[in-house]
Design a protein around this ligand. Structure first.
Ligand SMILES: Cc1cc2nc3c(=O)[nH]c(=O)nc-3n(C[C@H](O)[C@H](O)[C@H](O)COP(=O)(O)OP(=O)(O)OC[C@H]3O[C@@H](n4cnc5c(N)ncnc54)[C@H](O)[C@@H]3O)c2cc1C
Length: 292
């Protein structure tokens, strides 16, 4: 290997062309899409950091055989993203944020990546694409090539004695992967909010985790009320909350203002906001942190 090949890349992300290998319905609101590389290079170099590793997914518009993307010239990702932005919206690929639920090698050695899509009634382009995805369908992703990258937000402090997790159906893939990553015996209090009882999934963890499913069709309390009602025992907690931006904001305020948790130990990400597409969300200021 040459030095250039072993050096850490300056930008820990790269574009990959993917195609759908298969899909599987996990419940009424979630579909798992398994991807492999669409070219001879396959997923060579793709390096998920696990936990809540996110990526940018680029999807074709209906009728397009593959997402329309500008070329990456001399490895210049920012240039390519600038060129993508400059293209007409109805031509350029639709960009959405998703989580790497799992990266693995299949039995025959093929590298695979799973993404779990929440299907929602408002039906944006990503939700519609996932609902109809089938083998061979093409997408592109801007994904990690270095496992320690900024797309992994869950950062467990060494001294944490209790982990608090809240996520809705869009954050269920991330929360599931986080639970799988927790060291044995870690005390974890977990609230997972889903539309239907049949959306509850089997979770795997070595942590000492207490999981509460908040099922909306069963009239579950609002996220903040469920968390407020819990007795927490940790003296050095770490919290990770992700999902609908309004719920995330209310939960963060509760944890920081009412529970007195150090704001630096609360990782929070608004994954979507009621009434706003992801394109619109990118245009408005982030208010998740306000007044806390
Ligand atoms: C870091 C990160 C990681 C994410 N990981 C995942 C993931 O692994 N799986 C996943 O499903 N989502 C994930 N999301 C959320 C996903 O990006 C959004 O839900 C996105 O808006 C879906 O795009 P869309 O084209 O379907 O809808 P958009 O065109 O963006 O929105 C159309 C309409 O649908 C509404 N909407 C969007 N999502 C939902 C929803 N879940 N329920 C109800 N209404 C909704 C919007 O408010 C809007 O009114 C993640 C977001 C971030 C920021």
């Amino acid at each position: 290997m040459t030095t250039a090949e072993t050096a850490t890349p300056a930008v820990p992300f790269a574009f990959f062309a993917l195609k759908v290998a298969r899909t599987r319905r996990l419940g009424p609101s979630l579909v798992r899409v398994t991807f492999t590389g669409a070219t001879d290079e396959g997923l060579e170099g793709f390096a998920s950091g696990g936990r809540d590793q996110s990526l940018s997914l680029f999807l074709p518009h209906p009728g397009q055989p593959e997402p329309v993307m500008p070329p990456v010239v001399d490895g210049d990702l920012y240039g390519a993203l600038g060129a993508w932005r400059a293209m007409p919206e109805d031509v350029r690929a639709v960009m959405r944020s998703y989580t790497v639920r799992e990266q693995r090698r299949a039995g025959d050695g093929t590298a695979e990546v799973d993404i779990d899509f929440a299907l929602h009634e408002d039906g944006g382009p990503a939700c519609r694409w996932a609902a109809q995805a089938g083998p061979g369908d093409r997408v592109a992703v801007l994904g990690p090539v270095v496992a320690d990258n900024t797309g992994v937000r869950f950062r467990l402090p060494e001294d944490a004695d209790e982990v608090l997790i809240w996520g809705d159906e869009t954050a269920l893939p991330a929360a599931s992967a986080i639970l799988e990553s927790l060291p044995a015996g870690t005390r974890a209090r977990v609230w997972l909010e889903v539309p239907y009882a049949a959306d509850r999934l089997e979770l795997e963890t070595r942590a000492d985790a207490t999981v509460t499913w908040l099922v909306r069709e069963e009239g579950a309390p609002a996220a903040v009320d469920a968390v407020r009602a819990a007795e927490l025992s940790g003296t050095a907690p770490y919290a990770w909350i992700a999902g609908e931006a309004g719920s995330v904001k209310a939960l963060r305020r509760h944890l920081v203002n009412e529970r007195g948790i150090d704001r630096r130990r609360v990782t929070f990400v608004g994954y979507w906001r009621k009434g706003l597409s992801e394109d619109a969300l990118r245009e408005v200021p982030d208010t998740t942190e306000d007044e806390s």
